[in-house]
Design a binder for this molecule. Structure first.
Ligand code: FAD
Ligand code: NAD
Length: 475
């Protein structure tokens, strides 16, 4: 007789493992299938985010930032050191250890919540059956009342620069380099290009980024993008905009990178070339021909606002469905799917998903950009406050950047908050909460913020929207 569960989840990234735990908390019997294998050959739960994405990149961003600050900022604080060195092997060991602790933690959470974590491949058959092929055994069929597909995404490969994982590498390879490449080329100045470019630039690489769009950070508010562009330039990261890769030739010395823009054709030599031009949904080997699941033209599983696929009882969440490819978006969809299966009301507020780029300074936003509000035709007001006028930022020696609040002129509702500066990724939480509760600018103005704190910049930006900033000249 085949095994039977109330819910079978395929994929244990931040979408799938959270969905599995939430479903188990509702008292349902749950299995979560995952086939992720790390470069050491060991299987691990956690998907891209924990093994090859969010977590290892932030570990290296922190290490490289500390190295950079020790070399360039300590002196200003009156601290002298001898020569500051780096030990890449030790840095990578710390990164790997954080990943191990967190992915191991999921196995512990599964056990505590009575989720059966199954290691191997999952394939959706017709009639809500799942074929499970364990890494070390024969395929078996599992019956499920509900199935949640959470199989994530994988890097897009460019025809002009196919991955050899040695010289032409993807983001995962770039997180596991064992030495600092003297010259690093990156295709794509998106989130990955900027974060990984920052890591290796701080550690000593000469970084050149080729970006197809004419504007840096085209999806961000223009005021943020301007500050960020200036800061990346100051850091020595060379970003070529409106540029297109035309070829990449691997030789003994590395890669010859060929590119063009509207003014001509160029080439330069690099030791490694990171291709970071986006990710595509991953559904390879997931769907039996008669599974009934529909994919769109880009390969995303088609779902409605509540992550229901066309097949009753089958949901899909995270990077393999429409919407931003962000861990927290996938997790919230996982919670929603599990709650809906349990018969509860649930929804994801897609208008209030924060975006954070963990460079220095950090870049974070939620809601609409000024350009989007302008295009909507709704009358609005904006208030900005620079970190240069914030006491805590001065004490931290991190005064680059600003907070910008955009609100409706009619009913004062906060429509978007944009931050570039120290700890922007933490500060944005206040704005997300404010917008989730449909706060007004006045609500933010009347909320007491600790002094001295970076969060006072949010307070002042909200005050500035009504020309009432207290610690900065109103314009
Ligand atoms: P995934 O995390 O990709 O997990 C899918 C899992 O399903 C994988 O383990 C895969 O092996 C498994 N799987 C697939 N098919 C099958 C099958 N048929 N059978 C069994 N198992 C299967 N997002 C953020 O929000 N913040 C960040 O700071 C951030 N940093 C990132 C940095 C990098 C370098 C990268 C690459 C991504 C980053 N992201 C970040 C994006 C984030 O990693 C993804 O949005 C997130 O992992 C998506 O979660 P998911 O559960 O949908 O899929
Ligand atoms: P992205 O979509 O953020 O950026 C890709 C960039 O490559 C874009 O700027 C695009 O214009 C450019 N591009 C595309 N094709 C090109 C070409 N042929 N030549 C030159 N440039 C080209 O994608 P990504 O940086 O690969 O990241 C993938 C996903 O992972 C993103 O959706 C992101 O949300 C997620 N991610 C999130 C974080 C975070 O939240 N901090 C960090 C890393 C990754």
């Amino acid at each position: 007789m085949s095994k039977k569960y109330d819910v079978v989840v395929i994929g244990a990234g931040p979408g799938g493992y959270i969905a599995a735990i939430r479903a188990a908390q509702h008292g349902m019997s749950v299995a979560c299938i995952d086939e992720w294998k790390n470069k050491d050959g060991k299987n691990a739960f956690g998907g891209t985010c924990l093994n090859a994405g969010c977590i290892p990149s932030k570990a290296l961003l922190e290490s490289s930032e500390l190295y950079h600050r020790a070399r360039h900022e300590f002196k200003k604080h009156g601290i002298t050191t001898g020569d500051v060195g780096i030990d890449i092997a030790a840095m990578q060991k710390r990164r790997a250890s954080i990943v191990r602790q967190l992915t191991g933690g999921i196995a512990g959470l599964f056990k505590a919540n009575k989720v059966d974590g199954l290691v191997g491949h999952g394939r959706l058959l017709a009639g809500k059956q799942v074929e499970f092929t364990p890494v070390d055994g024969a395929a078996e069929t599992i019956d499920a009342d509900h199935v949640i597909l959470a199989t994530g995404s994988t890097p897009i490969e460019l025809g002009a620069a196919p991955f050899d994982h040695e010289s032409i590498i993807d983001s995962w390879d770039a997180l596991e380099l064992e030495a600092v490449p003297e010259r690093l080329a990156v295709i794509g100045a998106g989130v990955i290009g900027l974060e990984l470019g920052s890591v290796w630039s701080r550690l000593g690489s000469q970084v050149t980024i080729i970006e197809a769009m004419d504007n840096l950070l085209f999806m961000a508010d223009r005021d943020l993008a301007k500050v960020a562009a200036k800061d990346f330039k100051q850091q020595g990261i060379d970003i070529k905009l409106g540029a297109r890769l035309t070829g990449a030739k691997v030789g003994k010395q590395g890669v010859s990178v060929e590119w063009e823009d509207k003014n001509g054709e160029y080439s330069f030599e690099a030791d490694k070339l990171v291709v970071a031009v986006g990710r595509r949904p991953f559904t390879d080997g997931l769907l039996a021909e008669d599974s009934g699941i529909q994919l769109d033209d880009h390969g995303f599983i088609v779902v409605d606002d509540e992550c229901r696929t066309r097949v009753k009882g089958v949901y899909a969440i995270g990077d393999c469905v429409r919407g931003p490819m962000l861990a927290h978006k996938g997790s919230e969809e996982g919670v929603m799917a599990a709650d809906l299966i349990a018969g509860e009301l649930a929804e994801v507020n897609y208008d209030v998903i924060p975006s954070v780029i963990y460079t220095a300074p950090e870049i974070a936003w939620v809601g609409l950009t000024e350009e989007q509000v302008k295009d909507s035709g709704r009358p609005y007001k904006t208030g900005s406050f620079p970190f240069a006028a914030n006491g805590r930022a001065k004490a931290l020696e991190q005064t680059s950047g600003l907070v910008k609040v955009i609100s409706a002129a009619d009913d004062d509702e906060v429509l978007g908050v944009h931050i570039v500066g120290p700890m922007a990724g933490e500060l944005i939480g206040e704005a997300v909460l404010a917008m989730e509760f449909s706060a007004s600018t006045e609500d933010m103005q009347r909320t007491i913020h600790a002094h001295p704190s970076l969060s006072e910049s949010l307070h002042e930006a909200a005050l500035a929207a009504d020309k009432r900033a207290l610690n900065y000249m109103n314009r």
